[in-house]
Ligand binder design. Structure first.
Ligand SMILES: Nc1ncnc2c1ncn2[C@@H]1O[C@H](COP(=O)(O)OP(=O)(O)O)[C@@H](O)[C@H]1O
Ligand SMILES: Nc1ccn([C@@H]2O[C@H](COP(=O)(O)OP(=O)(O)O)[C@@H](O)[C@H]2O)c(=O)n1
Length: 416
């Protein structure tokens, strides 16, 4: 218990953000050992904590791979609780990079004992911090929980006060090297750390470890085609290949196909490092092929970064890191294409194309709204990536019109 208490003292200066509703944004509060002066407006906190029983959980830990895996595990265990409502919650130090610790706020009916049992089980892990929330007088308290022979006990309590929103959404604090990687070494390091628990990491590392100089392209142009799925990338890249006598490559490359499903099911840290490494394999193929012919690439680093940023940043488009942020910078050691084109179609046309392929027919309304926000964030992140930035192409006309438009663009931009 002593160990748990000493670790928790640092929470005195932390701020918590609870993402209750993605469209209205998070509620912020801070905690302190003693009641703070003017308490501020505690009504939003009452709405958060005032119904049923409320618990929060965070997973700490020096081993980032283990912490990431355990975080996913906690989420699925909490989501399985009957009559529970789970919200994303994070703890952070304002403006301090890498200070974010992800967690959850869970609300269950007052008569539920399943949540107490689940917490007791989860608290066997030293990395878990669990708290309950209680009111006395006109104050709210965050109560740090510990295991004891009688069950859950309160080890320490902190006074809760509303906190102002930070300048940047807290999820942006940890993007660098957790969601997006800016060098081969940083992405490789994650898979090295995974090798013991995911044996396939070793095979992936062997595929990327071949020595070469991947930053240098050949004398022919290298054109990357980007866009959300069903915007027409496959259709366009196939016809560009024929029309230009080009070599068609993609990221992730074919050699990683057998591993993709496995890494897609891993937490963001591991999944994103896998895709980042895929770009370096594709870069090597681009360097080789562009000596001999023009190269068309179906997705590359813009996709890796834009999807990772859009997933990491919860809520609205406005929560994305601002234009010019370091997160949108191209990795210094990755081959730069001659031109990046972003295919864009209206959401309605995209849905038509998706349903033509027989996908997404059963998506529920609520999910559609969340997906809408997600797609907006991916497109916005695509457009904020710099050096090279992408050129937006209206991909709603017929396949042949899109091809002609793109051929003209390539001719003028690549001086063909
Ligand atoms: N310009 C276009 N106009 C109408 N339909 C298109 C066009 N381009 C592609 N499609 C259709 O939309 C669907 C998705 O296209 P696809 O090339 O597979 O997209 P992506 O590779 O970006 O996921 C396919 O059924 C394809 O035939
Ligand atoms: N270069 C790439 C390509 C895909 N990806 C990831 O792969 C997903 C898109 O893959 P997909 O199979 O839907 O792509 P398409 O089939 O639509 O081209 C996104 O979630 C990205 O996170 C990536 O990170 N980097």
């Amino acid at each position: 218990m002593a160990q748990r208490l000493s670790r928790v003292r640092s929470w005195g200066s932390r701020v918590f953000a609870v993402e209750c509703d993605v469209t209205t944004g998070p509620v912020y509060f801070s905690v302190a050992a003693t009641p703070q002066g003017s308490g501020g407006d505690v009504r939003p906190l009452g709405q958060l904590f005032g119904h049923g029983k409320v618990f929060s959980l965070h997973v700490h830990g020096d081993d980032r791979v283990r912490a990431a895996k355990f975080h996913g595990d906690v989420k699925s265990r909490l989501s399985a609780l009957p009559r529970g409502h789970v919200m994303e919650m994070s703890s952070f130090l304002p403006n301090q990079k890498r200070s974010l610790v992800k967690g959850f706020l869970m609300r269950v009916p007052a008569d539920s004992s399943a949540a107490d049992d689940a917490l007791l089980e989860l608290l066997r892990e030293d990395a878990v911090h669990a708290c309950s929330y209680a009111t006395s007088g006109d104050r709210w308290w965050q109560q740090l929980l510990a295991r004891s022979e009688e069950g859950l006990v309160v080890a320490e309590r902190f006074c809760v006060a509303p906190a102002p929103a930070p300048e940047h959404h807290p999820s942006t604090l940890n993007i660098v090297n957790s969601d997006v990687f800016y060098s081969f070494r940083d992405a490789q390091q994650v898979l090295i750390e995974c090798s013991n628990i995911i044996p396939e990491s070793k095979a992936v590392l062997e595929l990327v470890n071949k020595p070469s100089d991947p930053t240098v392209k050949g004398k022919f142009p290298v054109i990357v085609i980007e866009g959300l799925d069903a915007t027409g990338k496959t259709t366009l890249t196939d016809s560009l290949k024929g029309a230009m006598g080009a070599v068609l490559l993609k990221s992730p490359p074919q050699v990683l196909a057998p591993f993709r499903q496995l890494f897609d099911a891993e937490p963001p840290l591991i999944r994103r490092a896998f895709y980042a490494l895929g770009n370096y394999i594709t870069a090597r193929q681009i360097a080789r092929e562009s000596e001999k012919a023009p190269v068309i690439v179906d997705r590359f680093w813009h996709s890796t970064a834009a999807y990772a940023i859009a997933t990491a940043v919860s809520g609205k488009v406005g929560n994305l890191p601002g234009l010019g942020s370091e997160v949108y910078q191209w990795p210094g050691d990755l081959l730069k294409p001659s031109l990046v084109l972003l295919l864009s179609v209206s959401p309605e046309e995209r849905l038509r194309r998706l349903s033509g392929r027989g996908l997404e027919k059963t998506v529920e309304e609520a999910e559609l709204e969340a997906n809408h926000l997600f797609r907006q964030k991916v497109e916005e992140a695509y457009m904020r990536i710099q050096n090279p930035a992408c050129e937006v192409v209206d991909a709603s006309p017929s396949p042949d019109q899109v091809l002609q438009q793109v051929l003209l663009l390539i001719k003028s931009k690549c001086h063909l």
